[in-house]
Design a protein around this ligand. Sequence first.
Ligand code: FRU
Length: 497
Amino acid sequence: MVSQTLREARKYEETMEKGIREEERPMFHLCPRVGWMNDPNGFSFYKGEYHLFYQYYPYDSVWNQMHWGHAVSKDLLHWEYLPAALAPDVSYDKDGCFSGSAMELPDGRQLLMYTGVVKEPRIDGSFKDIQTQCIAVGDGRDYEKDSRNPVLDAEDLPEGGSRNDFRDPKVWAAEDGTYRCVVGNCTEDHDGRILLYRSEDGFRWEFVSILAENKGRFGRMWECPDFFRLDGKYVLLTSPQDMMPKGFEYHNGNGTLCLIGSYDQEKHVFLEERDQAVDYGIDFYAPQTLLAPDGRRIMIGWMQNWDTSNLRDKKHAWFGQMSLPRELSIENGRLIQKPVRELERLRSGEVRHEHVVIEGTSSLPGVSGRRIDMELTLHVDEALGGEKGLQKFALRFAQDEVCHTAISFRPHESLLKIDRKFSGSRRAFIHQRRSLVQVRDGVLKLRIILDRFSAEVFVNNGEQVLSLTFYTDQSAEGISFYADGQIVIDVVKYDLS
Ligand code: FRU
């Protein structure tokens, strides 16, 4: 049964999407059918297709009553919208269907596990969320909320757990045929922790353990957890709120955290060995992964961030987009991210320039565009020393007479900076971010992927990624190179179509 609320949302999105031209959307990054999008939800492979749901408010391009939008794809790049999957239409989720995940049941149905939100009035007249975990089951298109909902509530919290911050279940099938899920939570004084639950059938859940605890280190509440094995290690991803900066690794505000370690099978606790940021750019949050049929662990994130989500172009009837899906691996104790290999199939028109000397500003024949995949090799070591020793290298793109967005590298500080200050924004939000990078074997490698409204910069074959969005007019498609001093670079550029 499709509720009235969901029927209205579906009708609205179907009508309103007609007013959005294809060129007004990113080409291969998913944005909402209409209205607002945040976190990826239910990222999964089901019945021969990738499914991606998302936090969705169709009626305006700002956050409000959360629905789940829905899209499917065969290659993770060409997405087809399906009707919205969930709407806040029952007593236990009337104030929002918050983030969650998906898996396939043995009978072939798809199970969605999400957070139901109800605003509870308080004596001072304000409201506070009560968050519980709920289930809906369907056929990949229509979903029925389960009569046993909520399946996890305040009763299932360990001692001291906040029922106001208890959200974002990530579910998976364990090897023994039972199920597990991790849920974000915090203590009464807002210290983040991740809870582990277990189920025989996917519907009845029981608390197992506190899988991991923040203990005051990385921000406060931990949102959107994901937990999986990768290359012989265990990885815990989470997005902490209210971070304090730490060197160039973590920045203020909403951050992304990757913990790498092992898992104690007896105590059911994660044993942390290393931590790092997931993305070092401006716009990235709440990533979620899936295990592809070919064994790849693929991650996608919301290519926005709460602290920066005010940079918008009012012309667009949509706001928010997903990052590129990224293949994950672990090398030398670090999380490595590479654009899904499917992207290479969209490449055409190779332009190659080898051993180009850059001194001052120059452009290169055939190098321009707003939907491109470009590999840059900077011969840094050779460029140091001498009279024309390199002080700074910069790549400018989405450029016209007035606007550009830039990536610059200062070898003496080993800092890579992304900068959208001149991208056309009239607001004083965060427009720049710097990250420490490594020169390896004398070179710095950058792979830059542009898709109309965004850039993702993969450093040294995926050792680090910096993502950002910008809304510069599409006619600004110039690319130029700049060096204070001199540097030799190699460029390989493809159009993406
Ligand atoms: C993360 C988040 C989640 C929540 C959702 C609400 O961006 O705050 O914790 O489920 O967004 O839209």
